[in-house]
Design a protein around this ligand. Structure first.
Ligand SMILES: *Cc1c(COP(=O)(O)O)cnc(C)c1O
Length: 391
């Protein structure tokens, strides 16, 4: 089956008693067993049966199964946010005295997780320029427990060479963990590029219109100990499993992901091409972007629905935001609606100027997440807010 069919037709582990076509929401906590022996088998994982909804729920399991079928992963675990997926994965690899090699170009809370939270537990974040492969190689030593990166960084839109980084990391037996939120996992084959684990904020593309929070750990099985810790230690001890309500909405989102994504990516490319004539646009789908060729090679012909524009000043960015009429001033990515935000004063608003400089987060940048509206309406609103009516 092709991915569009798999997204819809992955079977349930057990058929629903009433033959419900849409996945039922199992809004319960406990599950009953035939006898004591079956109960013991379920608790000790000798048989596959849910026993307690903090760690397993049939609605969530079905979403995990669909993502597994779509990606070819060995294990998929669903969490209640992207940050939960990221933090549980990093807690599974890290220990006191170990280090994680990563970049300054990270989602703000991921950066804070590495440099504040994990630091407090004795884990060092080695933040390097991941475009510089020598710097990556030098940063990895016998205490490195992971290389962590984002496939297209936000808002810098930087693309690292995954295969080259994975080769360096694997030579030293270090797993590569990639946050692939900005390109759907249905579009890519990051396993073939050497990525060992993908972490995804399913809040974004999957939830289908900003309906629910969620995160996925997509584990290709190359470092089996990590999955054992994620699924059999941290899921139990930290309790951040996805809720059945979120899994239901994200399963509906997954069923329509392909049509939504193709439309949003096409809208983003068209808007980027048009805007490129009037402002500075950063979108890896434009042939003159420095990462264009690498992005095409790694992620296929689409380049996501996130782009940035640079205006002359912070004031110009605020003026632009305040003039928008259809496009919303909001933070989220890949909502059905087009969204605009000034990252430096919001998502990164608590970082100092020096930190912002290190991260290459500029006061002149607006981030746009292009939605499902008619592309002409999106462009028209952006142009009028820029004070430009010609295109
Ligand atoms: C949104 C986002 C996250 C965090 O996801 P939540 O679901 O909001 O916790 C992590 N990484 C990237 C790249 C994101 O865009």
């Amino acid at each position: 089956m092709k991915k569009q069919s798999t997204a819809i037709h992955t079977p349930y582990v057990r058929p629903d008693a009433y033959g419900s076509l849409a996945v039922p929401i199992y809004n319960n906590v406990a599950f009953e067993f035939q006898d004591a022996a079956e109960m013991a088998d379920a608790f000790c994982n000798r048989i596959k049966a849910p026993d307690y909804a903090r760690v397993e729920n049939p609605t969530v399991t079905n979403l995990e199964q669909r993502v597994k079928a779509l990606t070819g992963a060995e294990h998929v675990t669903a969490f209640n946010s992207g940050m939960a997926a990221i933090s549980n994965t990093l807690l599974a690899v890290a220990e006191q005295g170990k280090n994680i090699v990563s970049s300054h170009h990270l989602f703000g809370n991921t950066l804070s997780l590495l440099t504040t939270t994990l630091k407090r537990y004795g884990v060092e974040a080695r933040l390097r320029d991941l475009i510089n492969l020598d710097a990556v190689s030098e940063a990895i030593d016998e205490n490195t427990c992971a290389v962590f990166l984002e496939v297209i960084t936000n808002p810098q839109m930087e693309v690292a060479d995954l295969k080259a980084i994975a080769d360096i990391a694997h030579e030293k037996r270090v797993p590569v963990i990639a946050d692939s939120t900005v390109i759907p996992f249905t579009e890519t084959n990051l396993k073939s590029l050497g990525v060992d684990i993908e972490v995804v904020s399913s809040t974004k593309y999957l939830s289908g219109g900003g309906t629910s929070l969620g995160g996925l750990v997509i584990d290709y099985g190359t470092f089996p100990d990590i999955n054992n810790r994620v699924k059999y230690e941290l899921l139990f001890n930290l309790g951040a499993y996805m809720t059945p309500q979120a899994a239901y909405m994200q399963t509906l989102g997954l069923e329509t992901l392909d049509v939504r994504y193709q439309r949003q990516a096409a809208n983003a490319l068209w808007v980027a091409q048009k805007l490129d004539r009037v402002v500075k646009v950063n979108y890896v789908g434009l042939p003159d972007n420095p990462y264009y060729a690498l992005a095409q090679k790694q992620f296929g012909t689409t380049a996501g629905a996130m782009l940035t524009i640079d205006l002359e000043s912070k004031e110009a960015c605020y003026r632009f935001l305040n003039r928008l009429q259809m496009v919303h001033r909001a933070t989220n990515l890949f909502d059905s609606r087009t969204l605009a935000i000034h990252p430096a004063s919001t998502i990164f608003g608590n970082f100092s100027e020096e930190q912002l400089n290190n991260m290459d987060v500029r006061q002149t940048t607006i981030r746009l997440s292009i939605g499902l509206e008619a592309k002409e309406d999106i462009l028209a609103d952006i142009l009028q807010a820029l004070g430009r009516i010609d295109n």
